[in-house]
Design a protein. Structure first.
Length: 380
């Protein structure tokens, strides 16, 4: 049997043709493909305003800047994520405050947020990890009560919805990645959604060197270049046309895994909120009640031609750059906490005990059943 991969990007002739058209047109800079993508992504997410950006990290940084979050401000987030989530907070000299995750959802535990709020807290950054929607109702209630902004990290959450509302809609700003391994791709690529016109104008200006929407060489704010290219936008635009075809299979895979593995005695599979839909980006069960380690499972699965790996086995606050936060340039002006002292026991348990199994859209039901059977054999 051929190897079953954990990454297999769904690219068709349409994407190739679209990129070729851009190159032939000689109009390589962000243009008509970006505008076409934005319209489609707005419809897909139900968002009033959408802009493309260079990548998901830029989207997060832009969101924090547009919300005026700067040196010494605190932003509550989770450590079980890609390091870009909290790094974007560091970029502006703000301080990531790590709150533990829930052992069932792997997402930030809303019950633990309030204890982390101080007079310096400005925002909450929930991360819909592996595409599992966070409890946005509970998070929004807390944010409203304490007048905090919400920046949703939706990098992994294309088509992740709660009560039929797309993630990214609940907060002030939703930030998406179209990195080349995501559910929908652009190579490098990102998008930012928001529902407030004034905030959106700020985002557009900061994205484009602080210009006015009409462009030119007057710069009203110190901004960035977080524009994309029309080659990336062309791929993203075609991916939107093919989104249903690409995502349907992922949802089928996710549902089948949950049906077959949810009550497994040795595995915790991410629990999805009632009335929510996951993006089904990553399936990463966590080992429980067993002496086995992720490496044991990964090696066994590999012997069956099934790709498997750990992802965030080092939490963000455990990364060397957080342990040595005094080396970060902003530590010259900001008093950062000692991240070596942070403890998030659930996140640490998940980090040490998870392993990823294939979820990609090229898999069949038969492939998923084979993977589940292989896990059964492993635990026997
Ligand atoms: C949870 C999360 N946040 C942020 C990012 C950053 O996105 P990008 O790689 O497009 O900069 C990623 C992904 O790669 C991610 O997985």
């Amino acid at each position: 049997m051929k190897d079953l991969p954990v990454v297999d990007v769904d690219i068709a002739q349409e994407e190739l043709d679209a990129v070729t058209d851009v190159v032939k047109s000689k109009f390589l800079i962000e243009g008509k493909n970006a505008r076409a993508f934005e319209k489609k992504f707005g419809k897909f997410t139900g968002s009033k305003y959408v802009t493309t950006v260079t990548n998901g990290t830029c989207a997060l940084h832009l969101a924090l800047t547009a919300l005026d979050i700067g040196p010494g401000d605190e932003v509550i987030t989770t450590p079980f994520t890609f390091v870009a989530s909290s790094n974007s907070i560091l970029f502006n000299g703000a301080i990531p405050i790590f709150v533990d995750v829930d052992l069932n959802s792997f997402n930030i535990d809303p019950a633990k947020i309030e204890a982390a709020i101080t007079p310096n807290t400005k925002a909450i950054m929930p991360v819909h990890i592996f595409g599992n929607p966070c409890d946005m109702k509970a998070i929004k209630d807390i944010a409203d009560a304490h007048k905090l902004h919400i920046i949703e990290d939706c990098a992994q959450a294309h088509d992740a919805r709660i009560d039929n509302q797309h993630t990214g809609i609940f907060g002030d700003i939703g930030c998406f990645s179209f990195y080349g391994t995501k559910n929908l791709v652009g190579g490098e690529g990102g998008a930012l959604i928001c529902q407030d016109e004034d905030l959106f104008d700020k985002i557009l200006s900061f994205k484009n060197h602080g210009r006015s929407p009409t462009g030119g060489y007057s710069h009203f704010k110190v901004g960035y270049n977080y524009r994309t290219t029309d080659m990336s936008a062309a791929i993203m635009n075609v991916q939107m046309d093919r989104a249903e075809e690409i995502l349907q299979r992922r949802h089928r895979n996710g549902n089948l895994y949950r049906e077959l593995l949810s009550d497994h005695p040795n595995l915790i599979v991410q629990k999805i909120l009632p009335d929510a839909q996951a993006s089904d980006y990553i399936m990463a069960p966590v080992l429980k009640d067993t002496e086995k380690t992720p490496n044991d499972v990964i090696n066994y699965l590999k012997s069956q031609n099934i790709s498997s790996r750990t992802i965030y086995s080092t939490l963000s606050y455990e990364q060397p750059c957080y342990k040595n936060i005094r080396d970060w340039i902003m530590a010259r002006v900001v008093d950062y906490p000692n991240y070596s002292k942070v403890k998030c026991p659930n996140a640490e348990y998940i980090a040490r005990n998870h392993f990823e199994i294939p979820m990609v859209s090229s898999l069949t039901d038969e492939n998923i059943r084979f993977i589940v059977d292989s896990l059964e054999k492993f635990f026997k």
